[in-house]
Design a protein around this ligand. Structure first.
Ligand code: AMP
Length: 287
C-alpha cells in the first residue's frame, strides 16, 4: 500500500532532516512545482527517485511570478489529489510553505534574472522570470537538496535556472527532464484544465505544428523562416490567432537563428480562448 507523503510547512524542520540524511551519505532530490500535479510533474519526481534517496516536491503557487491580471487567484489548488498522485513515489516528502514563510513581512530582496530571460516569455511577461528566480533561490535555501529536476516543457525557464545556478555558484545540480504529453500530443499543463472541449481540440494544433516542423527538419529543412511558418500555419488553420511568439532559436542563448545548425529549439506561446499555453521542440543533435 502506498503511504501518504510526509508533508512539511516549516523550512527549518525540513532542512534539519535533509542535512541529517546528507551527513549519513544520502542524496536528496528536489522538484519545485506549483501543484495541480499531473503526469509531467510525476515524471520529474520519478526521475529524482531513480537517482536520489529521498525526493522533496514543493507545492507553492508563487505570487511574485504572476503579473496583475494573470491567473494567480484562479490557479488550480488540488492538495488532496496532489498527495494521492505523489504517493506512488517513495520516499517522497512534500514541502508546502505559506506565502508569509516564503515572503516574510517586510522582505524586499529579489533576484534579477539573467539576460537569457529577456526574449520570448520574458518579453511577454516582464516580471515573470525575476519572480521565478527569486522563489527558486529561496526554495533552494529552504530545501538544501543535491539535485533539482525541471521540465523542458518550460524550456526558457530551464535555461534561466541553469544560468542562475551557474552565476550565483549555487551548490546544486540542475537536471532537465523531457516533456510529458497526453496521448494525442498536447503537452501536459496544470492550465489545460481551463480549456473547454472545443478549445482543447484546437490546442492540438500546437504540438501538431511542432511535430510537422520536426518532420521537415528531419527531411533536411534548415530555413528558420520556413519552419516558423509551418508552425504558424498549423496554429492559424486551427483557428489559433493569438500567437505571442513562434521562435526558432539557438537553445544555448535563445537568440533567433536564420539557418538552423547542430541544435535548435522552437518555442511557441499562444492563447486559446483565455488560456495561455506554451510548448516547444528541442532537437539537440542534428547532423
Ligand atoms: P509548474 O507546476 O507548472 O510550475 O511546473 C513545475 C515543474 O514541472 C517545472 O519544472 C515544469 O517545467 C515541469 N512540468 C510542467 N509540465 C510538464 C510536462 N508536461 N512535462 C514535463 N515537465 C513538466
Amino acid at each position: 500500500m502506498p503511504t501518504q507523503p510526509r508533508a512539511f510547512e516549516d523550512p527549518a524542520a525540513l532542512a534539519r532532516e535533509i542535512r541529517q540524511l546528507q551527513a549519513a551519505g544520502k542524496r536528496i532530490g528536489f522538484v519545485p512545482t506549483m501543484g495541480a500535479l499531473h503526469a509531467g510533474h510525476l515524471s520529474l519526481a520519478q526521475a529524482s527517485a531513480a537517482k536520489c534517496d529521498v525526493t522533496v516536491v514543493s507545492i507553492f503557487v508563487n505570487p511574485t511570478q504572476f503579473a496583475p491580471g494573470e491567473d494567480f487567484e484562479r490557479y488550480p489548488r488540488t492538495w488532496e489529489a496532489d498527495l494521492q498522485l505523489l504517493s506512488s513515489v517513495e520516499p517522497v516528502w512534500v514541502f508546502a510553505p505559506a506565502v508569509e514563510t516564503m515572503y516574510p513581512p517586510g522582505s524586499s530582496t529579489v533576484v534579477q534574472a539573467a539576460e537569457i530571460a529577456r526574449p520570448w516569455e520574458g518579453a511577454q511577461r516582464p516580471i515573470h522570470f525575476d519572480g521565478v528566480c527569486t522563489v527558486v533561490l529561496k526554495l533552494f535555501m529552504a530545501v538544501p537538496a543535491d539535485e533539482a529536476f525541471f521540465g523542458q516543457k518550460d524550456f526558457q525557464q530551464c535555461r534561466v535556472i541553469e544560468q542562475m545556478t551557474h552565476d550565483l555558484l549555487l551548490p546544486i545540480t540542475i537536471t532537465r527532464c523531457p516533456i510529458v504529453r497526453e496521448a494525442d500530443g498536447l503537452a501536459m499543463s496544470s492550465r489545460n484544465r481551463y480549456l473547454s472541449a472545443e478549445e482543447r481540440e484546437r490546442a492540438l494544433a500546437i504540438s501538431a505544428g511542432l511535430a510537422e516542423a520536426q518532420r521537415r527538419i528531419e527531411a533536411g529543412e534548415r530555413n528558420a523562416l520556413i519552419l516558423s511558418q509551418v508552425v504558424r500555419e498549423s496554429l492559424t488553420t486551427a483557428g489559433i490567432t493569438e500567437i505571442d511568439y513562434v521562435a526558432v532559436a539557438d537553445p544555448r542563448n535563445l537568440e533567433s537563428v536564420e539557418t538552423i545548425a547542430r541544435e535548435v529549439v522552437i518555442l511557441v506561446a499562444v492563447r486559446v480562448g483565455t488560456t495561455r499555453l506554451i510548448d516547444n521542440l528541442w532537437l539537440p543533435n542534428l547532423k
